[in-house]
Design a protein around this ligand. Structure first.
Ligand code: SF4
Length: 369
């Protein structure tokens, strides 16, 4: 069951509070390369990215955010921006001035020997004053020595690390926070997030939103599968309010994967839903070619589900409640279904796609691309 989390306002976007799961990504440029950073943020926004994060290694980089934000907005891009901070509380304070959200890593925000409260409380107060959101972003690979000594490099250690920082936010009465607990292996990432959700519930804390991601997931098929396993498992559990699919590729490539993942989890619809059988000895037409053609022609109809089934034997019963079905009927013929009803029978295959389009139009369900 998806629990309604705290609504966290990040500029003109909302994470949690029942808002659609937000898709985000991260630039690969240095903030000192202002033009390059702006270009990448604009490209990400054009691809559908809904929040862009920028790595900010030093105070000098944080000072560049002012110019980056101004240029991004001048380009007409309004998506919220987030700064990613490690090791440099000074950079985090500077970033709060310019971007809508700042991510800090509890594993390295406070130096050894420093008191967490002394460093983090003033930061939380400043975020609260400026109306900024904060991500408490724990990484499996960078837990503090203090946590490692006590809990080891474990999902429990990740959760304890996040809870230490949560205690300070709660003491400051600040709830505009998002949690992330990332690992490069989906198993640890899933365990840590499940444990964190459990601890929030059991501890009587507010249901803060979660940012999900498998960090260093890799590239190509490997990166996509790892992300789908880790992020998907949690989304199906009802955990997760924003996601980032991390790929070792142009970050623009992350966006369609994120939306496809959300669609597969039944959380957002950005294209038509397709159901197609794998084909077998009973398949009565070129299933792969036809399925591709159906996808090309109808994928913009995001409120519809369309099935392509190789034959009538198991076809109609297995169309999983699709709105329309394209089903092989033998001898170069196709039968079109509406739900489980055959509505146009034994049409020559060459005409079947046009007939399907006509049928969708007749039912008033067509939209232009
Ligand atoms: S629907 Fe027909 S063609 Fe497709 S896999 Fe099932 S039996 Fe084979």
């Amino acid at each position: 069951m998806r629990e309604k989390s705290v609504a966290v306002r990040i500029g003109n976007a909302v994470v949690g509070g029942g808002a659609p799961v937000l898709v985000q990504s991260m630039t690969t440029t240095s903030p000192k390369d202002v033009e390059g950073s702006v270009k990448q943020i604009v490209e990400l926004a054009q691809a559908g990215c809904e929040l862009a994060r920028i790595t900010v290694p030093t105070l000098a980089d944080a000072e560049k955010l002012k110019e980056i934000v101004a240029k991004v907005r001048a380009a007409g891009v309004e998506i919220p921006l987030s700064a990613d901070i490690h090791f440099q509380p000074k950079a985090a304070f500077e970033a709060l001035k310019w971007v809508e959200k700042v991510r800090i890593n509890p594993g390295n925000f406070v130096s050894a020997g420093q008191n967490i409260e002394d460093v983090f409380s003033p930061f939380v107060r400043e975020a609260k004053k400026l109306g900024r959101a904060v991500r408490i972003g724990v990484n499996h690979g960078s837990l503090s020595a203090r946590i490692l000594a006590k809990f080891g490099n474990t999902p429990l250690g990740m959760v304890e690390s996040a809870l230490e920082f949560l205690a300070i936010c709660e003491a400051e009465n600040f709830d505009q926070i998002v949690f992330s607990l990332k690992a490069s292996r989906p198993l640890e990432m899933v365990q840590a997030n499940r444990l964190m959700a459990e601890r929030l519930r059991e501890g009587g804390h507010k249901p803060y939103p979660f940012h999900l991601g498998v960090t260093e997931a890799g590239e190509g098929e490997d990166g996509r599968i790892k992300s789908a396993v880790g992020i998907g498992a949690l989304l199906i559990d009802g955990i997760g309010d924003t996601i980032r699919v991390s790929l070792t590729e142009n970050p623009v490539n992350e966006i369609p994967v994120a939306f496809a993942l959300l669609q597969a989890a039944g959380l957002r619809k950005t294209k038509a839903e397709f159901i197609s059988c794998p084909g077998c000895g009973r398949t009565l037409f070129e299933l792969q070619i036809v399925t591709r053609e159906v996808k090309n022609r109808f994928s913009h109809l995001k409120n519809l589900s369309i099935a392509v089934m190789g034959c009538i034997v198991n076809g109609p019963g297995e169309m999983a409640g699709a709105d329309f079905g394209y089903v092989g009927a033998g001898n170069g013929k196709i039968t079109l279904y509406e739900g489980t009803e055959p509505v146009k029978k034994y049409i020559p295959q060459e005409e079947a796609l046009d007939e399907l389009e006509k049928l969708i139009k007749e039912r008033g369900k067509w939209i232009e691309k």
